[in-house]
Design a protein around this ligand. Structure first.
Ligand code: DAH
Length: 342
């Protein structure tokens, strides 16, 4: 009996070494450890063994079983995935999920980056300012007097009650606030003028939401201050931008207008083909003008030495035109079916 067990152990270990795939391993398991395997086959012999030898033989039987079982597990682990029954794993096969949904930047983010890119090539640096502003930067230093209708609490998201502190805080209603911040900063740090910045960012107004209005939207502001800056520089900058962004046929036109922070002021339109095969058409884009001397003075810049232009326009307007988006709400609902298309 002991002899037989020794043989099973020796042969079993040798044959296990030869099993090199899942099928061979399974066949070995059945042959040695299975319910009709070699170890089970010796069990009936136990009853013929002398009583005093039984404990030793039983012990040896358990030993051999344990040795073979652990050798089997070790071999299986060593063979790894080859030991799995069934066809071997083909790593080159396409997965069941053909492609994962890959996220991308929001359309407004992309348009903003495109715009920043074009202006950066014209030498504009990017400046940012806080979205929670105070009325000093949103209105006062932009030459917008206290009684101006734009300051009406009903038309702004004030954070502090008007009059509750010297400069009540509010969500900025225009990116023109950044003009003030940049000029103040340039003077305080002594690095400018000249100043040449654009500032893209969110603005907030309590407008009733419809297809073309939202309580939050994006603007891009431009500011250039230097010696001898004129309207010619303003118009040629806008024209340059229009041609770089929309193509060589783009045109720009200025219409006289009024803004408290520029003098003279204008609104500007661009004649552009928004869709690839559409006829170019004039679209109203934004406001611009020569920075009002009062604004320069409020920021500590001498208007006798420095002049500048400023402009500002809405980003959604451009993005919606360029990508044929009929409703501004689509930009903020974040419906993946929409986001995947643009
Ligand atoms: N801030 C103005 C608005 O929100 C747009 C604007 C007009 C910006 C004229 C300017 C400017 O910089 O010069 O309607």
């Amino acid at each position: 009996m002991l002899e037989t067990l020794n043989n099973i152990e020796r042969d079993g270990l040798a044959k296990l070494g030869d099993a090199s795939d899942g099928d061979a391993l399974e066949a070995w398991r059945i042959a040695y450890l299975g319910s009709k395997g070699k170890l089970r086959a010796v069990m009936p012999m136990l009853k013929d063994i002398a009583k005093e030898d039984k404990p030793a033989v039983g012990k040896r039987l358990n030993e051999v079983k344990a040795v073979l079982e652990s050798a089997f597990e070790a071999r299986k682990a060593g063979l790894g995935s080859q030991a799995a029954s069934g066809p071997a794993l083909d790593m080159t096969e396409p997965g069941l999920i053909e492609s994962r949904a890959i996220g991308r930047r929001h359309i407004i983010t992309r348009v903003r980056e495109e715009l920043v890119d074009v202006f950066a090539r014209m030498g504009f640096a990017v400046a940012e300012g806080p979205e929670v502003e105070d009325d000093e930067h949103n209105f006062v230093k932009l030459n917008i007097p206290a009684e101006h209708p734009a300051r009406d609490p009903i038309d702004n998201f004030y954070v502090d009650a008007p009059g509750s502190r010297e400069h009540p805080r509010m969500l900025r209603s225009q990116t023109s606030t950044v003009q003030i911040r940049v000029m103040e900063d340039a003077v305080a740090r002594g690095w400018g003028p000249p100043i040449k910045v654009i500032s893209p960012g969110r603005v907030y107004r309590p407008d009733t939401v419809d297809a073309t209005h939202s309580f939050m939207f994006h603007q891009l502001e431009g500011l250039y201050i230097d010696r001898d800056v004129t309207m010619v520089d303003l118009k040629s900058t806008l024209l340059h931008f229009a041609r770089a962004y929309f193509g060589e046929d783009a045109e720009v036109r200025l219409r006289p207008s009024f803004f408290p922070f520029t003098e003279p002021s204008a609104e500007f339109d661009m004649k552009i083909a928004l869709q690839p095969d559409a006829e170019p058409a004039w679209i109203e884009l934004g406001g611009c003008g020569m920075v009002d001397p009062n604004v320069l003075t409020a920021c500590g810049i001498d208007p006798e030495v420095w002049t500048g232009f400023a402009f500002g326009f809405g980003v959604e307007r451009l993005a919606m035109g360029k990508y044929g988006i009929p409703d501004i709400r689509m930009l903020f609902e974040n419906d993946v079916r929409f986001l995947e298309q643009v």
